[in-house]
Design a protein around this ligand. Structure first.
Ligand code: SF4
Length: 92
């Protein structure tokens, strides 16, 4: 089974207007921000057409990888979603 197929079985409750992870505004991505493009297992981080790193948190599985990579440097601000929102795992 591919990882993408397993991720598809998860359900995500979007907390509209209250994103639980924020990317610091930047012109050029720092090394930690560039690392997030490949480190996030749910592929939530992408480059936009200006070459900046953007986050789409809807598929976030709350693994904490980006927190370890980007929070200490201040590149991202990380919080768990509010109760009732975020990921629901089918097997766990
Ligand atoms: Fe991706 Fe994990 Fe960060 Fe969520 S917590 S955005 S899944 S690296």
């Amino acid at each position: 089974v591919r990882v993408e197929d397993k991720l598809y079985q998860n359900r995500y409750q979007v907390d509209a207007g209250k994103v639980h992870i924020k990317v610091r505004e930047h012109d050029t991505p720092t090394a930690p921000l560039r690392a997030l493009l490949t480190a996030c297992p749910a592929r939530c981080y992408e480059l936009n057409d200006k070459g900046q790193v953007e986050l789409t948190a809807d598929g976030c599985i709350e693994c904490g990888t980006c927190r370890i990579i980007g929070e200490a440097s201040g590149d991202i601000e990380w919080n768990y979603p509010r109760g009732g929102y975020g990921i629901s795992f089918k097997f766990g």
